[in-house]
Design a protein around this ligand. Structure first.
Ligand code: 5GP
Length: 183
């Protein structure tokens, strides 16, 4: 069955308000501290670029790219680093920036890895969270929006590499549910 791009779940105005709220909280919580924002490629680059412009304290930015080892359709939760950080995180206040947390297995593994490098502190900031699907008990300090258990695209999130450029977050649906057909 083909897939279609369905209804808007989160529109651009709500996304903007979410980034402003999170950026404000981070600016207050980390005032006077040396913050490193670590974006998880590829999906988080759109959110990170909006979020950082709502942060009023000086921050540095770096990126990490990971791929999870999959056994069939089930994520093993072990991540392989495809692109490591350029920055030494020792003594830095690290905020890992994610697009969405689903099972939490990717972030759990990434968190354990970065903690071995002795940052001064470690926190997680995600644009979207699907807590219904959580399999790893991770604590997330900054959650933009809790969403239902649907597969979403847009605002950095892809389906088969496409639709990251959509300015609103939309639900991916089966074609019999109606919507704009996928390429
Ligand atoms: P986790 O390890 O938490 O299960 O996986 C998180 C990753 O799965 C996200 O960074 C994202 O790449 C992908 N993912 C999870 N849910 C969605 C979704 O609804 N839409 C898209 N496009 N990717 C998702």
């Amino acid at each position: 069955m083909g897939m279609v791009i369905g209804d808007v779940l989160v529109d651009r105005d709500r996304i903007r308000a979410m980034c402003a709220e999170l950026g404000g909280r981070i600016s207050r919580d980390y005032a006077g501290k040396d913050v490193l924002l670590v974006g998880v490629l590829t999906g988080a680059f759109v959110f990170l670029s909006d979020l950082m412009r709502h942060i009023s304290i000086p921050v540095s930015v770096d990126f990490v790219a990971v791929s999870s080892y999959n056994h069939g359709t089930d994520s093993s939760g072990v991540v392989r680093i495809l692109r490591d950080l350029d920055t030494n995180v020792e003594g830095r206040h690290v905020i890992l920036v994610e697009d969405i947390i689903d099972t939490g297995l990717t972030l759990q593994s990434l968190r354990e890895l970065l903690r071995t490098r002795n940052p001064a502190s470690f926190a997680i900031c995600t644009a979207f969270d699907k807590p219904e699907r959580r399999r790893a008990p991770i604590h997330v300090e900054y959650v933009g929006m809790v969403i239902p258990d649907r597969f979403i695209v847009g605002y950095g999130l892809d389906f088969a590499g496409r639709y990251r450029n959509l300015p609103d977050v939309r639900i991916l649906k089966n074609e019999n549910e109606g919507g704009i057909p996928c390429l």
